[in-house]
Design a protein around this ligand. Structure first.
Ligand code: FMN
Length: 176
């Protein structure tokens, strides 16, 4: 069975993106999914001085290992001020100090959501444009707008959006 890792680009304990990633992962039974949480990989803020003085933390290597072992990756991006959250950018920066192509050419399904009407579309654009430079093979993407209107009791309740996320998962799985 193929192995997928799925996680939110957020360190919020109540992350709505983690809820979305869990929902998306549960839409299929073809692959075995491990849900990861950035909170289980705490890291100091990346800085060249920090790296010089204390080296690359073990947790960056551990997360990179999870990526390398996976056949596919599902990420739901949280958006802070039109960009990635600090926690997500931080782990990418640390991993890139071990290997620059952090995504290892793995098939990637990119999701995002936020309470706002754009559903994290700015963070999504940054990922779509930037991730291929660090080894990403982005297969499909979907942004869910207005999370609290469109997602209830663990599921996407808007039929149009539900169809779109299902299509994105199906497309992704074909590439895994
Ligand atoms: C510092 C900060 C900046 C934010 N900026 C944005 C933003 O630019 N766009 C947006 O749609 N939501 C923004 N939000 C709201 C987040 O989308 C919301 O907190 C969401 O729950 C974050 O996802 P998460 O729960 O998975 O961490 C911001 C929230 C915070 C705390």
């Amino acid at each position: 069975m193929k192995k997928i890792i799925a996680f939110a680009g957020s360190n919020s304990k109540k992350s709505i993106n983690k809820e979305l990633v869990i929902y998306a992962s549960g839409l299929q039974q073809e692959a075995e999914v491990s849900i990861l949480d950035l909170n289980n990989y705490p890291l100091p803020m990346y800085g060249v001085d920090e790296e010089m003085e204390n080296g690359i933390p073990e947790n960056a290597a551990k997360f990179l290992e999870k990526i390398k072992e996976a056949d596919g990756i599902v990420i739901s991006l949280a958006e802070h001020n039109g960009n990635f959250t600090v926690a997500f950018k931080n782990i990418i920066d640390w991993m890139s100090r071990i290997e620059q192509k952090v995504w290892h050419n793995k098939p990637l399904l990119l999701l995002s959501t936020s309470p706002g009407a754009r559903g994290g579309a700015s963070a999504m654009e940054i990922a779509k444009n930037g991730f291929p430079h660090i080894g990403a093979n982005v297969i499909a993407n979907f942004s869910l707008p207005k999370f609290y209107d469109n997602f209830k009791n663990g599921s996407v309740v808007n039929e149009e959006f539900n169809q779109k996320i299902k299509e994105a998962v199906t497309t992704f799985l074909k590439a895994v």
